[in-house]
Design a protein around this ligand. Structure first.
Ligand code: ASP
Length: 319
């Protein structure tokens, strides 16, 4: 049996951020407070000066990668973007060799997105604290900074978490965004989280503990304060299968008419990239209830907060 993976140091600060599982409310609140300050005034601090951050993306990304890069640069880090780095697997190099190679070059933080479960944790373990690992998306399983930015956006729009109904709608089974949003919101005390999906996209019973499940979109979003739409994950095989887009839009797409089932002041979210006219209509995505651009802005702030805390934890250990 291997040791349990420790994301936190003895002082309760992040050594790595691979998953939101096991992180307590106090830590999440502290990260949100810090991110909120960055969102209000995107300072160009020096919390990361002297550190090198490498972005290793084994899956496509625009906003997550750009926002990690900006979050690091705005705090004085040196940033290395190695989109193809994990594909040196194709040359027979193991992921762990790649990680050790980068560490030997003095990389302090590895920001990793990969379609294979477990990659972030195995690299964090292998580097044994010599470099911090931050997940930028792990298969269908987790996307912790997305969960935090979604929570921040909801708090900014709705104030407290403790009376909210949040509907997470669409391809839930294959969505790391949904899993991390659920984890963050459940930890932060949201009492009513709803998973709204057709049977083929409904997660298994062991997943999304405590959430209410709906197979009807109209019922699932009825009265909700937040409607979080998800992208159909065509690239992930498995549940969901091939989707008939016209019937999906009819039954699950967020049209202006469907949105009227939600609370009158409901906000609409989507992690991007959007399939306009499928899971969400442009009229809604660009309409007055949409906070999708705010999510993007908050992505930079949240990633600044996470990187700043990791950098502090490293400095404390180096003392
Ligand atoms: N950009 C998000 C992710 O990488 C959402 C998506 O792709 O559907 O998980």
């Amino acid at each position: 049996m291997s040791e349990p993976f420790a994301q936190l140091d003895a002082g309760g600060r992040l050594r790595h951020l691979v998953t939101l599982d096991g992180l307590g409310r106090e830590l999440l609140e502290a990260l949100l407070a810090r991110a909120e300050a960055f969102a209000a005034a995107p300072a160009r601090g020096d919390a990361l000066s002297g550190l090198t951050v490498a972005n290793l993306f084994g899956e496509p990304s625009t906003r997550t990668r750009a926002s990690f890069e900006l979050a690091a640069l705005r705090q004085g880090a040196i940033v290395l973007n190695l989109d193809g780095a994990l594909s040196s697997r194709a040359k027979g190099e193991t992921l762990l060799d790649t990680a050790h190679t980068l560490r030997a070059m003095g990389v302090d933080v590895l920001v990793i997105r990969d379609s294979e479960p477990g990659v972030q944790e195995s690299i964090a373990r292998a580097l044994d604290g010599e470099a911090a690992v931050v997940s930028a998306g792990e298969a269908h399983l987790s996307h912790p900074t997305q969960g935090l930015l979604d929570a921040l956006t909801i708090r900014q729009c709705k104030g407290a978490f403790d009376r909210l109904s949040v509907a997470i709608v669409g391809d839930v089974a294959r969505s790391r965004v949904a899993r991390s949003a659920h984890r963050a919101l459940a930890t932060l005390g949201v009492p009513d989280i709803r998973v709204v999906a057709p049977p083929a996209m409904m997660p298994g019973d062991a997943d999304f503990a405590g959430a209410r499940r709906f197979q009807s979109a109209d019922q699932g979003i009825a009265g909700a304060d937040v409607v979080m739409m998800l992208r159909i994950q065509h690239e992930r095989a498995g549940s969901g299968g091939s989707v008939d887009l016209a019937s999906y839009r009819r039954d699950f797409g967020l049209t202006a008419a469907r949105l009227r089932h939600a609370a009158p002041a409901a906000v609409v979210m989507h992690p991007g990239p959007m399939n306009r006219g499928v899971e969400i209509d442009s009229e809604v995505a660009d309409g007055p209830q949409s906070v999708i651009r705010r999510q993007v802005a908050n992505g930079v702030a949240v990633r600044m907060a996470v990187l700043a805390q990791l950098a502090e934890a490293r400095r404390m250990r180096a003392r």
